[in-house]
Design a protein around this ligand. Structure first.
Ligand code: ARG
Length: 466
């Protein structure tokens, strides 16, 4: 094994010990950065030519060589012969292959650059793209929820707090609730991308360079607005990666909440949702089973991005101000979070697109649990009863309905109600029964008929606008 081309100051290189050689390498993980690395190198080379540090001929050779390397990697993937683990990482493999192809012009590519600003730049470029991709997948998922919502504008169902029956809602509103959560993830990722407006390239190893580099040129070529304004900070921060992985964790958290909800809804006990057979599995022993394994996995996979976030935060903690090799461990966590969440978002979108509510099952017990009790209390408020008092009165009426084994407030007679509160009139029945109640909500964003109609309209506009 040859000595590493950048370890000339030492009597022997880290390849002298096979474990050390493997230990220090990150190639297995970072080879997927090759496109970004080549793009960054192209921009760097063009800048070097513009400021006169390499000739036009050098640049032409570098561009040709890097172009060929990219095509080779595209075609050969992991089998590309340039992947040499003794070269440690994607950056050194690409550069070594370039030098093999074009000789001295290739040896000039690294002028004024360090792997420290190189890898920082590659990673930010990668994260920007990944965030855009997840953003688009989130849009697809939101779309699927809106379509499902639209199909269920007329289904009335119970809403739960503490998983106990609370108030009646339009079923589609619950789809829009998930849409809201995934939209806020979308918004967050968009903000992350906007925040990544500075390029680390030009920072060098830590202190910049005495050569007449023009980092603004490379920044613009790579789609950044600004060059690094502090060479020390820019070589050794992974804040953009952290922001991104945090975004992955909130997506995963929202997915796991939704998955849990639908696991419950798909149970025989609830029966609110029917899942497509493609997204359930059978049992090796019990022939009747339709287990919601995909949803369970969506719930369980949240562990991966959560772990990535904690790992990345822990890796960054306590690092002295410049580059430390600890930072090489960043990419495995960023990629793991992304891979996991990308898969999950695609899976979730398919499940939502193929599932539906089961109005007949929801309807079977819709009138149990006094979903209209709050509505009755609000009716009393409109009749001048202080809310705390009306709350007490309705509490007594609920008890009365249950004691009489009628279980529904609307099954009490007017006289029975008036015995508790004489301002009650026969129009009270318009405020009772889940179907009436969902027509009565009037606050902005409400989960009844008016709120649903307004929200669904806005979501359709909003999602097609992006
Ligand atoms: N593969 C390394 C990483 O990902 C490249 C940086 C090495 N820099 C150094 N100064 N040894 O961080």
């Amino acid at each position: 094994m040859a000595q590493k081309p950048w370890e000339h100051a030492k009597a022997s290189g880290s390849e002298a010990d096979p474990l050390a050689a493997r230990f220090v390498a990150s190639l297995d993980v970072d080879k997927r950065l090759y496109r970004h690395d080549i793009r960054g190198s192209m921009a760097h080379a063009r800048m070097l030519e513009r400021v006169g540090l390499i000739t036009t001929d050098d640049l032409a050779q570098i561009e040709r060589g890097l172009g060929e390397i990219e095509a080779e990697i595209e075609a050969q993937g992991d089998d590309w012969p340039g992947w040499k683990v003794e070269l440690e990482d994607v950056h050194m493999c690409v550069e070594a292959a370039l030098i093999e192809k074009v000789g001295d012009a290739g040896r000039k590519l690294h002028t004024g650059r360090s792997r420290n600003d190189q890898v920082a730049t590659d990673l930010v470029m990668w994260v920007r793209e990944a965030a855009d991709e997840l953003h688009d997948l989130l849009t697809g998922l939101c779309d699927a929820f809106v379509v499902m919502a639209d199909r269920n504008a007329d289904v009335v169902m119970p809403a739960y707090t503490h998983l106990q029956r609370a108030q009646p809602i339009v079923a589609g509103s619950e789809c829009l609730a998930w849409c809201c959560m995934f939209d806020s993830d979308r918004w967050y990722l968009h903000q992350c991308v906007l925040h990544m407006f500075a390029s680390p390239l030009g920072s060098g190893a830590i202190a910049g360079s005495s050569l007449p580099l023009d980092p603004m040129l490379t920044a613009q070529a790579l789609g950044f607005e600004q060059p690094p304004w502090n060479s020390i900070a820019f070589t050794a921060t992974r804040d953009s990666a952290l922001d991104f992985v945090y975004g992955c964790t909130t997506i995963a958290m929202h997915l796991s909440r939704w998955a849990e909800q639908w696991i419950i809804y798909a149970s025989e006990e609830f029966g609110f949702i029917r899942l497509d057979d493609a997204f359930t599995t059978g049992s090796s022993m019990m022939p009747q089973k339709r287990n919601p394994d995909m949803l369970e996995l969506l719930r369980g996979k949240a562990a991966t991005p959560y772990g990535s976030l904690v790992a990345l935060l822990t890796m960054c903690k306590g690092l002295t101000v410049g580059y430390n090799r600890d930072l090489q461990e960043d990419k495995r966590h960023v990629f793991a979070a992304y891979d996991c969440v990308k898969d999950c978002l695609q899976m979730a979108t398919r499940i939502v697109s193929t599932s539906d509510f089961r109005p007949e099952r929801i309807g079977e017990r819709l009138h149990r649990g006094h979903l209209d009790a709050t509505s009755l209390a609000e009716y009393l408020v409109t009749r001048g009863v202080p809310f705390r008092t009306s709350h007490q009165i309705v509490g007594r009426l609920v008890r009365k309905a249950d004691e009489l084994e009628r279980f529904e407030l609307r099954k009490l007679t007017l006289d029975e109600m008036r015995a508790e509160c004489d301002v009650i009139d026969k129009d009270v029945y318009d405020w009772l029964g889940p179907e009436n109640v969902v027509q009565r909500y009037r606050t902005i964003g409400n989960a009844g008929a008016t709120g649903f109609a307004e929200q669904v309209k806005q979501w359709k506009q909003r999602l097609t606008a992006d």
